[in-house]
Design a protein around this ligand. Sequence first.
Ligand code: ZN
Length: 279
Amino acid sequence: MRIGNLAGRLTLITDDGGVDVHRASDGIFDADPQAVYERWEEFTEWAATAKTDGATPFAREDLGAPAPVPRQVFGIGMNYKAHAEEAGSEVPEYPIVFTKYVSSFIGPTGDIVVAGDTVDWEVELVAIIGKRAYEVDADHAWEHVAGVTVGQDISDRTLQLRGVLPQLALGKSRPGFSPSGPWLVTPDEFNDPDDLELGCSINGEQMQLARTSDLIFPIPTLIADLSAILALLPGDVIYTGTPGGVGVGLKPPRFLAPGDVLVSTVEGVGQMRHHFVSA
Ligand code: ZN
């Protein structure tokens, strides 16, 4: 199953278009895309038999983030060996965790202002929680995931290192720095949800290409580790980390510039497309 945030309304996505959930369910489910995660199990039961013959085509520009206002957002740093190496870091023993503030969330298309001359790309698999998770072990972790989507953890490299301690949350939370979409895909849609190809290109040139099977801490381990400490809540968003190939790791380094078009893809999910503009 795929669900999207179409112009702010929860929408079932089919090959023919979108089905408005509030209308198709006779009001049983709220139109608010964020609200559905509180009733995820009930919703998936309804959706399994929902009539989708009334699907109507839509414009991709009208899609927003599938979980637009989560209570908690987790970003994971240095979660692929190649990325840790290009960043000059050791391979971490525990997940490196930061947040991305919700005000930086946007959908799978649109313009992003290039703030400064060290704005970098980070394609990531994003997981959205569908069931509260506290002290959950890895074997049961996927039961707590509503689905996955494509994400970009856009990062201002200068700002994220400003001062005496890293400021990852600030460097990764300028307006538009947290795109996700185009929609959520439930884990059952994949042969193996822990092995998906992901990548991104700039102006048609491939910059990152890897598989999520290369994650140091895959989704089940992240959920086990995080939920050993705190409760993951329905609708929470986890940016799982970026593979090698970011701009700061290139020789010479390369950063995003006005006019660049960034296309981000996860196998079996879809594609996002963002245009970078000057302030
Ligand atoms: Zn990242």
